[in-house]
Design a protein around this ligand. Structure first.
Ligand SMILES: [Ca+2]
Ligand SMILES: [Ca+2]
Ligand SMILES: [Ca+2]
Length: 217
């Protein structure tokens, strides 16, 4: 009886055990757009993207929703849907530098593949601002004073489908220096396989049977 419980527990533990896999960090290549210039006027003055040399101040701001930018031609026809036509994008596979021209904005697209349903953990830091989308859907946006600590912002996503995805990023700067740190980990959400479920079922059936026999005696 005790052994059966132990076996059933071990099988269940094995079926849900998973480990995080690093899928993006600062060495990961992607599409890079360093031809955007200073975009302070794209949603301002008074917008999320701040004027050069901190001319609009240096506030701490976290976006509550997609800023709904009207992107300049340098972003291409529809970059959030994978159409880079007419933009100033690199080809795929470009190195993504950790710093860029002060006061300007840059954009990045990391294409990645998930082998199964996964939870994603995005750790990111930036000097000064960042907006992230996944497959065109807004995830997060914030700007703050200098510093680009990897743990500055943590974005946790649950149940992202298996298959191809694009993590799209706009990096912003408004003076001083620039900096960027990123780590994305994926952890498979493991659903017990039918065979394993069958074994667990047998274990439970065995336990029920033992109980019935015990009560019968
Ligand atoms: Ca700027
Ligand atoms: Ca920062
Ligand atoms: Ca800066």
């Amino acid at each position: 009886m005790k052994l059966k419980i132990a076996i059933a527990s071990a099988l269940f533990a094995a079926s849900v055990q998973a480990h995080a896999v690093l899928i993006i960090d600062n060495s990961t290549t992607g599409r890079y757009n360093s031809g955007l210039g200073d975009l302070a006027a794209m949603d301002g003055p008074g917008g999320f993207l701040l004027g050069a040399g901190s001319s609009e101040g240096d506030p701490t701001t976290v976006l509550a929703a997609d800023p709904g930018f009207t992107f300049t031609p340098e972003f291409g026809a529809d970059w959030l849907n994978g159409d880079y036509t007419g933009g100033t994008w690199s080809a795929a596979g470009a190195a993504i530098p950790g710093s860029w021209t002060v006061n300007t904005e840059t954009a990045i697209v990391y294409d990645f593949f998930l082998g199964s349903l996964s939870d994603l953990t995005i750790d990111v830091g930036v000097d000064n601002g960042i907006v992230l989308w996944l497959d065109g859907t807004f995830l997060f946006g914030a700007t703050a004073s200098g510093g680009a600590n990897l743990n500055e912002y943590d974005i946790n996503l649950s149940g992202i489908a298996a298959g191809n995805h694009a993590l799209q990023i706009l990096r912003a700067d408004h003076g001083g220096s620039t900096g960027y740190a990123i780590e994305v980990n994926a952890e498979a959400v493991q659903v017990p396989e039918p065979a394993t479920l069958g074994l667990i079922g047998l274990g439970l059936f065995g336990m029920a049977l033992s109980r019935r026999r015990k009560s019968a005696t």
